[in-house]
Design a protein around this ligand. Structure first.
Ligand code: CS2
Length: 476
């Protein structure tokens, strides 16, 4: 058994509390922060907080918070040891300690990678979901929060009470106008607890929006074993990522920030066009490939786009449906951006499972695909490729694959989705029942006759011919 990886430098003082220390955070923001500290020499150490499971803490603690980030490119692998995380807390073990860490006046930024569902919102409207069990709990027990909105509001309440400065809330999740969305959710929560606190937050706390991008598949035991073989040490906290990365941030901070530009982060006034480009061009086709690829029996994105019909599906989707709905972001060439995406998907070093991306579709579809559908319908076009993707998701959440085997559907609405799908026998009935889920589809889209007919047609084709043939039909 090789030795465990250990820390070589003195931990920095904590300047950031980060909620959600998963693989993406470790392959992205923690690296930019390490680079900023190396360039700037100031203290921006990170206290990372797991909202649910102790796994990250159990893996990182024995190695002093350090871990290996492995870049997997077409030309091979490169690894670096990242030392920006200084400690890891597990919220369910001691929620008050998490609030105290965030309330510490030395903390200037609270950042988040908690995935779409961590915001406890209604994906179709972006509003706080007051029926969410964690929100119900946190409104009744504000000192012992379970949810991210509950923790942020408790910590900001402590800051306000102490008469101190607020921290900046920096969301790094794949949601549209993610700063505005987080602000709306936090304010709605705060208003329910203490309207004066909500006013203070509205006036004082910045919530810059960001666009984040780096493909980071979940680490597997085989990855850990390969690292041990290559480097001669054991590191169960290691993360695998592609070479590409892009971080676009609205430059609006309450009390300073690391020099993330040292690692190439772009600071802009308005990040919205970049967000729409990334969410629709990348995440939109990622989800499309995940559902239609999984149904055809493909395990990874690279395997899926190795099938020429699926590469052609992406091309046509970008050209005819997605790009026409994306405003031009400054400094980007949309056609080149999409071409580069296909090369990233083909990266043979990255084994990104279709099943992993298919997770939580009810939370992802609205911003990845449904905005495109709405925009195309408004300009009089029926977005056939997006309808095929939505129908693919509907087949997937039905829970049975094309060979009749069960699909392990992971989604906060999995039970509702399955019940809707099982409530009818015909494609028309199943599609109608799923379109009736208002958490995902707003009434205007669900009742659009052209959209409904197109999704139903696509569903029927998927059910009779299978995903591979349906994709080939569309892609021509
Ligand atoms: C993926 C994203 O899992 C998913 O849903 O689409 O995590 C994707 O890999 C990243 O957004 C890339 O930046």
């Amino acid at each position: 058994m090789p030795d465990r990886l250990t820390r070589r430098t003195t931990p920095a003082k904590t300047g950031i509390v980060h909620l959600g220390p998963g693989a993406f955070f470790r392959a992205f923001q923690a690296i930019y922060t390490a680079e900023a500290m190396a360039a700037q020499g100031s203290d921006w150490g990170i206290t990372a907080v797991s909202l649910k499971s102790p796994t990250a803490r159990d893996q990182l603690d024995p190695q002093g918070g350090v871990y290996t980030a492995v870049e997997l490119g077409p030309e091979g692998r490169k690894s670096q040891v990242i030392e920006s995380i200084v400690r890891v807390l597990v919220a369910p073990e001691d929620p008050a300690a998490v609030v105290a860490a965030m309330a510490d006046p030395g903390v200037r930024i609270v950042s988040l990678t908690i995935t779409e569902k961590g915001y406890c919102h209604d994906p179709a409207t972006g509003r706080l979901n007051r029926d969410h069990l964690d929100i119900v709990h946190d409104l009744a027990n504000p000192g012992q929060p379970r949810s991210a909105p509950g923790m942020i509001v408790a910590a900001l309440a402590a800051r306000q009470k102490a008469g101190g400065k607020p921290f900046t809330v920096l969301t790094c999740d794949n949601l549209p106008s993610n700063g505005k969305l987080a602000k709306g959710i936090v304010l709605e929560f705060a208003r329910a607890v203490d309207p004066a606190l909500a006013d203070w937050i509205a006036a004082n706390v910045p919530f810059p929006s960001t666009m984040v991008d780096r493909i980071t598949p979940a680490t597997t035991p085989a990855d850990v074993a390969a690292l041990a073989k290559a480097e001669g040490y054991d590191d169960p906290a290691c993360v695998m990522h592609e070479p590409f990365r892009q971080w676009v941030i609205e430059d609006d901070f309450a009390d300073g920030r690391p020099a993330w530009e040292a690692g190439g982060a772009q600071f802009v006034r308005d990040v919205e066009a970049h967000e729409l480009m990334k969410l629709r061009c990348l995440n939109g086709t990622h989800s499309t490939l995940a559902y239609l690829g999984y149904l055809a029996g493909y395990q990874t994105i690279a395997e899926t786009v190795a099938d020429p019909a699926y590469a052609a599906l992406c091309d046509r989707l970008w050209r005819e449906e997605i790009v026409p709905t994306v405003p031009q972001p400054e400094g980007e060439d949309l056609a080149a951006y999409c071409a580069a995406l296909l090369a990233r998907y083909r990266n043979p070093g990255i084994r990104h499972r279709t099943w992993q991306i298919a997770m939580d579709g009810s939370q992802k579809l609205p911003q990845r695909l449904l905005g495109v559908a709405r925009a195309r319908l408004a300009s009089g076009e029926v977005p056939k490729g997006v309808c095929l993707a939505v129908a693919g998701w509907m087949r997937y959440v039905g829970g049975v694959d094309e060979a009749g085997a069960a699909i392990d559907v992971r989604d906060p609405l999995a039970a509702e989705l399955r019940a809707a799908s099982d409530s009818a026998d015909t494609p028309e009935g199943k599609v109608a029942a799923l379109l009736a889920l208002r958490q995902v589809f707003d009434a205007a889209l669900a009742e659009d006759a052209a959209f409904r007919a197109c999704v139903t047609d696509a569903y029927r084709t998927l059910a009779t011919k299978g995903a591979r043939a349906a994709v080939a039909d569309y892609a021509g």
